[in-house]
Write a protein that binds this ligand. Sequence first.
Ligand code: BGC
Length: 842
Amino acid sequence: MKRITTPDVQPFETAHAEVVRKVAPECMVLLKNNGTLPLSAPGKIAVYGSGARSTIKGGTGSGDVNVRKFVTVEEGLENAGFEITTKKWIDDYTKMYTDAKKAHFAALRKEGEAAGLSGFQLVFSFFGKEFAEPEYELPLDGEGDTAIYVLARNSGEGADRAPIEGDINLTKTEIRDILACNKKYKNFALVLNVGGLIDLEPVKEVGTVLLMGQLGIETGNALADVLLGKAYPSGKLTMTWAPINDYPSTEGFGDPNDTYYKEGIYVGYRYFDTIGYEPTFPFGYGMGYTTFTVEPAGLKADGKKVTVMAKVTNTGKCAGKEVVQVYVSAPQGGLDKPYQELKGFVKTAELAPGASETVTVSFDTASMASFCDTCASYVLEAGDYTIRVGNCSRNTSIAGIISLDARAVVAKTKNIAPKTDMKETVPAFKPFHTDCPNCVAGAERISLKASDIPCTEYTYQKIPAEIPHGETIQWSEVTSGKKTVQDFIAGLTDEQLAYLCIGRFEEGPGDGAFLGQSGHELPGAAGETTSALKNLGVPALVLTDGPAGLRLNQKYQVSPTRGPVPMGGAFDGLLSLIFTPEEMKMMVPPPVADLDTSTTFYQYCVAIPIGTALAQSWSEEVNKACGDIIGEEMELFGTESWLAPAMNIYRSPLCGRNFEYYSEDPLVAGKIAAAMTKGVQAHDKCGVTIKHFFCNNQETNRLYSNSVLSERALREIYLKGFEICVREAQPEFLMSSYNLVNGTHACEIRDVQTHCLRDEWGFKGIVMTDWTVTGGLQESHTKYGSATCANNVKAGNDMTQPGGPHDKKSIMDALDDGSLSRAELQVCAGRILESIKKLAMR
Ligand code: BGC
């Protein structure tokens, strides 16, 4: 750990920004190119659109990183030597936008106050309520032959996106101006500064569209690099783009009470491919500045592994990287199947024009199985498994066919999902593509016997016996190896055990933990483990938000009695939209009497690309590199847990937090999260916190909304990514989600939080709740109530964050009435102590 006492840019900031600039092009997806890109040289350029100056580096909410500054599109282009011919347009747009945004927040404030909200509850009600792009009229009079239109959209936690103009849909102004620019300028590109879906149907005649995304600190510089061909885009979509009403999840999305996942496993391309629908852009799609062929080059398979080889050749005129994707079409049997599912992928190294690389993609034979709810098993049905390889879900060739002689059970589990009566809608099987008879007849065939495929049988833990009371010992005896964590636990009172399970809660007024910045040791951190055992020498672990970087306060000073005191709040940006400067002044806490103002400490963290953009790289290397940035900053500032990666499935493009997440596909989500985990956890004492576990697929009423789904959909789609990340990378922490699943809060479901997570997948770390899931911040006005801390402990959800008096009471009451045993409490407390022993930096 190092304390930085100068406001000057530090070498780590420069080095990390360079990494971001280097990897950012890999995250961009070129959706269309009529030859406009790359541009031949910087020159005069007309720049229009909301993202020109008000560029979005990442979404809002707890994942919004407090950077020193970031490079906007306007700045990036000017840094690269472009002469922007639309400065007046940008000035006028910015003024119009700022005024309209202020008016929007003033109206929201009125609404909130009329509903009786004040203070932080009022602030909380603003979370994620993005301002839809307004309509306006400004002349498109920028000179020159070349123009870009930068279309921006923001979103964030607390609210979902809306299928309206100015959000998912384009405004009338945008359609008019984009089409006009497309006609007026010889070289025109539409650049999307977005974190998710935009319906581009009305501007489909535009020939060049670049999905830039939101790329953190270097957004504008990275765009300039790509426009000029100093770098090339090599990302691929990790979701299907289609008009919003064509997704099966749109109907019924965002119900405050119950959301029925009627589409079951048919999420994203699993649905669109099966019904033969032509999307705007398919899953796995993306162009570069060159072209590639991907030819099957061999298939191997046995009871354990399937291995596909493919030869990738750069057939164009520029260098590039290609993503090789392997899909499997499984036989229809007792269980219905989607047309195909992604089973593996790999990104090539950079290939020069004419160069080739032969890549290998392997996956477990068992991963082709489906989950059978009624028999609580993963099953491979008898029949032909067609293995496809290509560079997009809609552009593959058959690599071979694996024929299985009989039904094989590959894993026997227990049922983990609370029951539901909901009936799923299985789409009629009319795939977008039929294999040509010759392709099937000529395909390499491998026969597998069901008896050659091993079956895993899981056993599930019981609550161990209580550790009997023993002598109280100091923590140093544990860290020195003289005593064990078990010995230490024996000496703890019930109350001390309870404290371990409830974050950093302290008795007494004035210590209220606030969402997103309740840390004491590290200003701006979101939370900590308890400090109530400091007298025994137990240090606190510090938990800091992500996923687009580390979210900390920029500056603080230190008081000998209070410790670090932040200068400015972590949410000042949002507050300044809601409150007047006078009101903001009144909110400044009273000065700390013994504050040492002679020294100010600085924490300027670096923002990396948003989750969606990182996943679009389809690159382990890119994600490890960004994980490395995070790990280095964690070591530097002193935080053991990064509250990221966030990896929920895009069930619907309407989910307000999709930009933080990775994909509609669990394999992409799991592999990218695993790479990120490896990057962060390569740093000593640094752990990731994969979140939000599980089925947190909407933001509307996020603390009290109930996701209703089958166990098959749960296991194959919504848990799968977490499973892959846990099995491949063993994250140190996991955050359970706010929502309920089939009527019970996710954090209270022992079958998932313990039996599936630990007994099936082998998770060894700490499970913590999402912030205030047990109430306190936003009360329920709908059908379901809050989770309780005692139930969380019973489920094996070790720690309730950020902790409050009601959480302590919940545990103590449950111990008293016997609904919670000391042994159960010891299990969770013990795991927290093990993590403290392993990771504590202080
Ligand atoms: C978010 C989490 C975040 C936590 C702490 C919650 O509102 O859902 O993703 O890590 O706050 O800031």
